[in-house]
Design a protein around this ligand. Structure first.
Ligand code: SF4
Length: 352
């Protein structure tokens, strides 16, 4: 089967089976002339980096209800955006999201640029996201390659070179398939195929629109592809989080430094995160260790946080951080790791 015929088979399948997503214009609406909103495509793509559609949908709906346009988002308070982002992880992305919205408004008149090269100059937009916006929002023939696309290409052509070394050849194969007509729908079709039919463990080859030309199906190698170089085990770091509560119920919190993990987010005061962390209590107190630790995995390491809890007599004015009254404190505003710490400390520091 020629590349053009494979592309046609994919688009025919997409026209019948496209997934519904709040940011997506369906193939039927697209045929009727409705265009996607680049702001919504950009926002969804940034949110979807390292996260699933199911996890992102609620966040996307809250963001777009509160900030319906890129200009609205550009004018938002940093702390409000970080609080809405809490739980999505990878907080550098939220900071870049705001920076990018402000650059689009200040330098591009509030309209996202169409082409891949200019999109790449925007904060937080890498090769994949630029290609996805160019293709999906503007129907530019950009080649979009995510994990789903890599898997489909490796199987379709029975490529056994392990990732990441296989990336260039998989990208070239995906590029050869990208049509000039409907490149946006084509990109979404390959992604949908990878997410729903050509899945990592049990590809449903029997109902796949590419079953005839698929080389891995014929060779019986599909479930083993793509091959990957085994990952190194992640190191474990340790840290100490301090949860202090005053007699009036207020909690002691701290805004983390702008750079680094969870940068700019609200959290519990704590130590450095290392093999042997240095204790750094934010205030003199009778600190009690909670029996369980808060466990969290970042991209490059596992973290085990020892949680210390203390009740503070007096106003705690000499403490490092800021006291937040109980009726203004909502654990949902904290990043996931800090919420885990709160859950562990809350029973010890219950305020009746
Ligand atoms: S035939 Fe099977 S392995 Fe090949 S693309 Fe389709 S689902 Fe994937």
């Amino acid at each position: 089967m020629r590349d053009a015929d494979i592309g046609t088979a994919l688009l025919d399948w997409y026209d019948r089976h496209a997934r519904t997503m709040p940011w997506r214009v369906s193939p039927r609406d697209r045929h009727a002339g409705i265009r996607p909103d680049p702001y919504r495509i950009w926002l969804s793509e940034v949110m979807l980096q390292q996260t699933t559609v199911a996890a992102v949908t609620g966040y996307f709906e809250r963001f777009t209800a509160r900030w319906p346009t890129v200009a609205d988002l550009a004018g938002a308070q940093d702390a409000d955006v970080m609080a809405e982002w809490a739980g999505l992880g990878y907080y550098a992305r939220a900071r870049n999201l705001l920076k990018c919205a402000r650059v689009v408004v200040a330098d591009h008149g509030g309209a996202f640029p169409h082409d891949h090269a200019t999109l790449l100059t925007l904060p937080g937009i890498g090769t994949y996201t630029a290609a996805a916006i160019a293709a999906i929002a503007f129907d530019e023939p950009a080649t979009v390659v995510d994990g789903n696309v890599e898997r489909v290409m490796a199987r379709l052509h029975d490529i056994h070179t392990p990732l990441p070394a296989a990336k260039p050849v998989l990208t070239a194969r995906a590029g050869a398939l990208t049509p000039r007509d409907r490149p946006g729908d084509h990109a979404q079709a390959v992604m949908d195929l990878g997410a729903t039919i050509c899945t990592p463990r049990n590809p449903a080859c029997g109902i796949c629109p590419l079953r005839d030309p698929c080389a891995a199906r014929l060779a019986g190698t599909a479930p083993d592809l793509p091959r990957k170089v085994p990952k190194k085990a992640k190191p474990v770091r340790h840290g100490i989080a301090y949860v202090a509560r005053r007699g009036d119920g207020a909690w002691l919190l701290e805004t983390r430094p702008p750079k680094g993990l969870l940068g700019g987010m609200l959290g519990w005061p704590g130590s450095n995160w290392a093999e042997a962390p240095e204790p750094a209590p934010p205030v003199d107190a009778d600190w009690q260790a909670i029996a369980a630790q808060a466990l969290h995995t970042f991209t490059h390491f596992h973290l085990r946080l020892t949680v210390m809890a203390a009740r503070i007599d007096g106003d705690g004015a000499d403490a490092r951080g800021v006291w937040i009254a109980d009726d203004r404190f909502d654990p949902a505003d904290l990043p996931t790791l800090m919420r885990k710490v709160h859950t562990l400390a809350a029973a010890t520091l219950r305020h009746d």
